[in-house]
Design a protein around this ligand. Sequence first.
Ligand SMILES: [Zn+2]
Length: 57
Amino acid sequence: MMTPLCQHPRVRIVSRHDGIEFVECLECGEVFDAEEFRDMEIESAPASDAPHRPDDA
Ligand SMILES: [Zn+2]
């Protein structure tokens, strides 16, 4: 089954190097620089590794 136009609806962080996060698409397996992917929803691990948001009231 081909997926000619994967929009990478779900990604996960696979590694982090020099402040740059690399994410992998869970659909097609493509790996990206997360910087290109800020608008995408990144599946964060349910651990306390999530970044703290300054607007946390
Ligand atoms: Zn994809």
